[in-house]
Design a protein around this ligand. Structure first.
Ligand code: FAD
Length: 412
């Protein structure tokens, strides 16, 4: 009987195990997970779970019994330490070894650290794991604390919003000119700057953080010569794909574990999915790594089919969402094509109820292709936005901007 081995108990790994059973595989399945929890998803860790409105059931994919009932073996709290692709074996930290017929690497990503003086002090945190979210909640839940967030990225901005909800003082320190500019560009980044400022966040951009102060615990952050007092410092400067195992096993790595569109790595019978993978995107015709919930979910399913020798191609349009205060947003599109695209906004930017489109390669009549779309507090349009992107249809910018023109009518 064959053995499907999954390393990583996040969304990609957990979903892949579920999909293997749903596709009818009745052999052995093992998930080896370094964290001492059943597979779980991370978006609630900075939002509903951190805020206290959602419990563990919103975080874990399934309770432990669910895996037992499906004969999926969970080895939790144990890391895989090495892979021998030629022998098809994996060594674990508890000294045991496992043979596999197909192996999925779903090891996710690790928060980046910046070597600021003082970063190792207690009271300086990153947020990736369930345990981080629990520690953060314990610090923030009673309000009245001073949180300094270093980095105006998604996680920092979401935690800032949640922390304000508890009545904490929050400062965000960003080296770039505009928050979220790398993801959204300057104009859309400004929407988030205004949002946070209106909610009382001291958001500072174009600043240089010099060090974190404190003797036995962080008590401040020095920025451009000024010391901001802090009870807690959150470093949110992005994450790096967790490629250590793959690298040591000799797999091809470039900004993640390189795979083809079927999520096959350079080693036979070894697949990769989720944040750790850098798959070849068949539509874009280039490798595209995403660190998003939907990517982990859908790639986990595709990887399961590929592991079973079924036809499999991962060609999703990347999709991301966020919730901050009363702003909910969905973004679909190809990040590498957004930078050079023209922004077209339909709706009310000031009221934060709009859809922004990134439109590429206008022809001589000014018609270009939608490469990304972001709906902010406008709902039930994401499928149409995705259909527009997928169609590659050239659209007239004026009609795209005009809220009286039904979006559907722009589809071919
Ligand atoms: P992970 O969820 O990181 O899981 C990988 C697991 O593998 C980890 O548990 C790790 O411990 C384990 N592992 C690593 N190495 C080993 C080893 N050697 N042996 C065994 N186990 C190992 N995305 C969105 O689209 N929208 C959001 O709103 C959003 N919010 C987020 C909020 C937070 C706080 C965070 C951290 C992420 C958020 N994301 C969001 C991103 C999304 O959660 C990730 O893209 C997703 O978790 C990736 O899933 P994954 O399974 O690839 O990796």
């Amino acid at each position: 009987m064959s053995h499907m081995l999954i390393i990583g108990g996040g969304l990609a790994g957990g979903t892949a195990a579920e999909a293997l059973r749903e596709e009818g595989f009745d052999g052995d399945i093992t998930i080896v997970a370094a964290e001492p929890h059943p597979p779980y998803q991370r978006p609630p860790l900075s939002k509903g779970y951190l805020a206290g409105g959602e419990g563990m059931d919103a975080v874990i994919l399934h309770p432990t019994d669910w895996y037992a009932e499906r004969a999926i073996r969970l080895v939790s709290g144990v890391a895989a330490t090495s892979i021998d692709p030629a022998a098809h074996t994996v060594q674990l930290a508890d000294g045991s070894g496992l043979h596999y017929d197909a192996l999925l690497l779903a090891t996710g990503a690790t928060p980046r650290m910046i070597p600021l003086p003082g970063h190792e002090l207690p009271g300086v945190m990153t947020l990736r794991r369930l345990d981080d979210s629990q520690r953060l909640a314990a610090e923030l839940r009673d309000g009245g604390r001073r949180l300094v967030v270093i980095g105006a990225g998604w996680i920092g901005m979401e935690v800032a919003a949640t922390a304000r909800g508890f009545g904490n003082e929050v400062a965000i320190l960003e080296r770039g000119d505009v928050p979220l500019a790398a993801a959204l560009g300057a104009e859309m980044g400004e929407v988030f700057r205004t949002l946070h400022r209106e909610h009382g966040v001291d958001l500072r951009t174009s600043v240089a953080v010099e060090r974190i102060t404190g003797s036995d615990r962080a008590d401040g952050v020095v920025v451009d010569g000024e010391t901001l007092p802090a009870d807690l410092v959150l470093i949110g400067v992005g994450a790096a794909p967790d490629t250590a195992l793959a690298e040591a096993a000799g797999l091809d790595i470039l900004n993640g574990v390189l795979t083809d569109a079927a999520l096959r790595t350079s080693a036979p019978d070894v697949y990769a999915a989720g944040d750790v993978a850098n798959p070849f995107h068949p539509v874009l015709q280039r490798h595209l790594r995403s660190e998003h919930w939907a990517n982990a979910l859908n790639a986990g399913k595709v990887a399961a089919r590929a592991m079973l020798g079924m036809p499999a191609s991962f060609d999703d349009i990347p999709y991301f969402y966020t919730d901050q205060y009363d702003l909910g947003m969905e973004l679909s599109g190809y990040a590498p094509l957004m930078a050079d695209a023209e922004l077209v906004v339909r709706g009310d930017l000031a009221a934060r109820e709009f859809i922004a489109f990134w439109v590429d390669a206008a022809d001589s009549s000014g018609r270009g292709r939608v490469v990304a779309g972001m709906n902010v507090n406008v709902w039930d349009v994401n499928e149409t936005v995705q259909a527009l992107i997928r169609s590659g249809e050239r659209v007239d910018a004026e009609r795209l901007r005009d809220g009286d023109v039904p979006l559907d009518s722009l589809l071919p």
